[in-house]
Write a protein that binds this ligand. Sequence first.
Ligand code: SAH
Length: 394
Amino acid sequence: MGKQIITDPETGEKHCRCFKRCGGCQLDEPYAAQLTRKQQKAERMLSEFAPVRPIIAMKNPYHYRCKVQNLYAADGRGRILSGIYQSNSRRMTAVDDCMLEDIHAAPVVSTLKKLMHDLRIPPFDLRTGTGILRHTLIRTSPATGQIMLVLVTSSALLPAKNRLIGALRKAHPELTTIVQNICPDGIPLTLGPRSITLFGDGYIEDLICGCRFRISPASFYQVNPEQTEKLYACAVDAAGIADRDVVIDAYCGTGTIGILCAKRGADAAGVELNRAACRDAAENARLNGLTNIRFCNDDAGRFMRRMAAEKEHCDVLMMDPPRAGASAEFLRSAAKLRPDRIVYVSCGIETLQRDLVQLCKSGYRAEFVQPVDMFPHTTGIENVVLLKRKAGRP
Ligand code: SAH
């Protein structure tokens, strides 16, 4: 295969030859044009609520993804290929180099392919339902240098396990942990319920905004560390946390946003549905020496309904739901709880717009919208919106 990524010698902009085949990128245009496109979309969809600030861009919008997933397949000659899904399909496209991924991932994948061949570890074949390795997940932390490799297998069986781990560690001393995750059936690229740590601690740690965060294989964690620092700083600043403010961090993942608020003196509570992430969150509070934050492993809507029913006091609601946005129950309960400020961090602009309509109807006014470019070369836009409760409403 020829060189896949081409760099324009004048502008330094990169262009990938796989663009048409691969589902990883959606925008094949200069970065400045991407930013304009995203700014315009944010303004079109959100300026009815509040002024939209200029998008926060990346300095160097390449190799930012610290979460890298790869599929594997064998070609007719038994050679192992790796790649990712084509857009909207279950077909794999072979990719050897990617301008979005952290540069530490590809060499590990390349070694793994060779070892799969030498040690006869067949890739899992979706059509026949046979084979062993479904996919891999690599998470890296540029801040701590830690790297986790998760081998997702179709059953507990992993032939030549010790030789595989030994050879991977020898070729890549930068790997700090290797985990086997067993995913007997499943939606592509998901993890199964059982993980076995084959080497190291079974998680990595990252540093963001001066705090330390443990990330387990199944926990959600932002994929772009440079932009995450800016996103979190914007969200926490917007919240204007004062000492002893009562803060709820809804959809808290590994507890990052809530922990940053607790660090500023808030009495915080986080709620998260994923058990592994919630466990990480509690551990992260401990890692950062905080006793003024607790976490609840629950559905955020149910948690908010309980808080509202118990007439709990809340000054600031930080919310960062998945792309589907918040549930109707969540929004209804948030309105009843009546926090003074709501900071909505969103990765789905359509659902953000929908939820803002609801929040504005229930007595809130948006103060500003801050787009942050978390995902260059894709159509994704992240936004932070500060909402304040209007005076005089019951
Ligand atoms: N604020 C975190 C996580 C944001 S992603 C961060 O910045 O890292 C959204 C999170 O919401 C994920 O961790 C996901 O597991 C969680 N989630 C999804 N549906 C949920 C629900 N109904 N109730 C609570 N948490 C949920």
